[in-house]
Write a protein that binds this ligand. Sequence first.
Ligand code: TTP
Ligand code: MG
Length: 355
Amino acid sequence: MRKIIHIDMDCFYAAVECKYHPELKGLPLGIGGPADSRSVLCTASYEARKWGVKSAMPSSQAKRLCPSLIIRPPRFELYQQESQKVHSIFRRYTDQIEPLSLDEAFLDVSQSIPDQSSATQIAYQIRRSIYQELGLTASAGIAPNKFLAKVASDWNKPNGQYVITPDQVSAFMLPLPIEKLFGIGRVSTQKLHSLGIFNCGNLQKSDLLLLKKHFGARAWELYQMAHGKDFRPVQTHQDPRSVSVEETFETSLEAVDQILAKLPYLYADWKQRFLKRPQQIPSLQSYFIKVKFVDFQQTTCEISTTSVPEEQNFIPLIEKALLRRPQIGIRLLGLGVKLNPDNSNSTGGQLSLAL
Ligand code: TTP
Ligand code: MG
């Protein structure tokens, strides 16, 4: 049985800004472009959230909801530095780390547990170190698999943790709304609701053949997840022939502006990973974007290059991909570069990308 911890930093960009500008602490703060522009917010402090302000909301709308909102521009390099410090705390406990974004990661601590300790205590110690050493707060979920650990880290957010032990899994799953399942967005939610399936208890009892009719190959995965099962291991390495990042959105994104607003932080995340291995630069082949539409069809756009792509290089690629299916929302955006492993030196093409 695995022991997985999912760590998710609390209002990460806003918290980092407050750390370096203590006068902002306790105030409603949004990170993003100015309210008189067409920008959206990357995130907001919990004080701002009380007013209904949230990530991906146009800054102008946020300011209308919360007139005292202070908006600061994002400083991605600073967030990358803080993220690296957080990862160095993780590495005190395990090298089995799968980063999901700058502020989120899965840790497999199955092998790291000394006799008297437990995964719950490790999560607590990690959060305590993050607070004491970095002045930031994090939330954690502790569970026998990645899916449950991610659900659990949201349970006592902010600055809390929640554990689901193996014998609690069944009881935990029954009332869990299906929206909490990994990869279930608005469209799948509507479909399941129309079948009378609202929580995982309903899903457990549903007819697998009926699910197959509606969800095809994903039906079995959904059924397993509804029982709290997830066999995916924590992945510390990516394909050595590419370096990429991607994000699946909880609600589908339709407007081009909204989609492009995701680019800066995806790019910052990618660059942080890529520059960890400067020897990759000579082996660059191309850069690409990947888009998955709400109906799970996926498309990629790619351009050859030998130099490190800038953030704006990805914009025409995204626009091109969206034009292929103009009337339909997207549920995933990814970007990255492809490498020619034969050109890479010292590592022989085996490029470890653990943050
Ligand atoms: P999240 O973990 O989703 O959000 P958060 O850390 O701000 O807040 P929470 O306490 O609920 O975890 O995302 C992490 C960072 O990623 C966030 O601080 C800013 C960035 N981000 C965007 O830039 N745009 C987005 O739409 C989202 C969701 C996040
Ligand atoms: Mg977070």
